[in-house]
Ligand binder design. Structure first.
Ligand code: R5P
Length: 300
């Protein structure tokens, strides 16, 4: 049995269809004072999978997820698998400054305390967050689904670029599936919404066997890949550099399209042809479905 929270209803329906499983409906609304009402309709099966991203509004989506998990256990579910395609608060996995809350740890503790028996997420920003769980916890990559989508929409071999070295693994994953070159740019974060980006020649990188260099950008169809696009600052810088080095066209891909602060507008204004995100978060840019990836994991 599959249950979708209100942030991931469509995705849950597609997962249920992939698996040929029953989709259980959740009735949810707000009381006049803003508190949330939640009712699970129908018989609860022994094994249930809850799918709910905890992006904006993070606190409401999280509370709803906790209500669903706990209610399922109260109603007799023996095993509750929890799929959080995009996990909010995951980027605060440690104290960067004295006195800060380790938000990711609290979220993991709450999900487990509510009664989750297993946790699954996609391209979590720092995999070490999963260590906050005592239950089995898995991080799944959406890169294969993104690569398949790129193959369908691109006739020529693109150049895959990571906007920083941290995302280079994603670019490698995708370029291996597509069978094309990849490289990365160098990024320095100056503040939450300010980054500086430079081009690097990866032939200087001893860890890489890649032979792409800055000249390879000229005349190419470039595709930028990142895990998250939030304000778009990282991507705008990358687009500017790629255009400067003569890229013919630039598409932008990510797993989690948060796209806050007019991020999408800024990315299009910088010259991107397309923004392609998965449906871990629902928006106009959610073009790649991870329903099959979730179904494959649940079949394991
Ligand atoms: C950071 O390392 C992440 O991989 C993303 O590059 C970052 O979260 C994007 O943020 P923004 O879109 O605000 O630059």
């Amino acid at each position: 049995m599959i249950i979708g929270g209100s942030a991931s209803q469509d995705l849950a329906a597609h997962v249920a269809r992939e698996l040929g499983e029953e989709l259980c409906y959740v009735e949810t609304r707000k009381f006049p004072d803003g508190e949330r009402y939640l009712r699970i309709t129908g018989e609860v099966a022994d094994e249930v999978t809850v799918i709910q991203s905890t992006g904006y509004p993070q606190d409401e989506n999280l509370m709803e997820l906790l209500f669903i998990i706990s209610n399922l256990k109260d109603l007799g579910a023996k095993k509750v698998r929890v799929v959080v395609p995009y996990m909010g608060y995951a980027r605060q996995e440690k104290r960067f400054n004295p006195g800060e809350t380790i938000s990711a740890k609290i979220i993991c503790n709450l999900i487990e305390a509510a009664g989750a028996d297993e946790f699954i997420t996609f391209n979590i920003h720092e995999e070490c967050v999963l260590n906050f769980f005592d239950i089995p916890a898995r991080n799944i990559s959406a890169m294969p689904a993104i690569a398949e989508y790129i193959k369908q929409i691109t006739d020529e071999k693109p150049l895959i670029l990571a906007p920083d070295k941290g995302a280079y693994g994603f670019a490698q994953e995708i370029s291996e599936i597509i069978g094309c070159d990849c490289t990365y740019l160098a990024k320095v974060r100056l503040g939450p919404d300010k980054v500086e980006t430079k081009i690097v020649d990866v032939r200087c990188d001893s860890e890489s066997e890649n032979t792409v260099n800055v000249d390879s950008v000229k005349g190419m169809h470039a595709i930028i890949i990142d895990d998250i696009i939030a304000t778009g600052g990282t991507i705008v810088n990358a687009i500017n550099i790629l255009k400067q080095y003569g890229a013919k066209s630039v598409d932008v891909c990510c797993v989690h399209g948060i796209l806050t602060n007019n991020g999408a507008t800024r990315i299009y204004a910088a010259g991107a042809d397309k923004i392609i995100a998965t449906n871990t978060l629902s928006s106009d840019t959610s073009r790649v479905s991870i329903a099959k990836s979730i179904a494959d994991v649940l079949r394991d």
